[in-house]
Write a protein that binds this ligand. Structure first.
Ligand SMILES: [Zn+2]
Length: 98
């Protein structure tokens, strides 16, 4: 598989948008803004866990995000996930499992 981001067919993109709208509602996953109430706000598919760590278009790793939130997040891990990892993987646990 190529390291480049695979091109998503328009039908697949439409399917993912519909599926994510069913799961999370027609709003940005990060800021909660409603897409329908803001026609000018572009909705994008965002990889919750960055694409370089979880390549592909698995619906479990996708959320709808407004363009601003998607650009702001970039390729970083989502902060709630970072907090969770820090809470679970404490330095004292590293010594126990080493
Ligand atoms: Zn947003």
């Amino acid at each position: 598989m190529s390291a480049d981001r695979e091109v998503l067919a328009p039908q697949a993109r439409t399917f993912l948008h519909c599926r994510l709208k069913e799961v999370h509602g027609p709003r940005c996953f990060y800021c909660g803004r409603h897409f329908r109430r803001r026609p000018g706000r572009r909705k994008t598919l965002d990889h919750y866990i960055p694409h370089r760590m979880w390549p592909g278009w698995n619906v479990d790793n996708l959320v709808l995000a407004c363009e601003q939130c998607n650009l702001a997040k970039g390729d970083a891990l989502p902060l709630p996930l970072v907090w969770l990892l820090l809470a679970v993987y404490r330095p004292e646990n590293w010594e126990l499992t080493a």
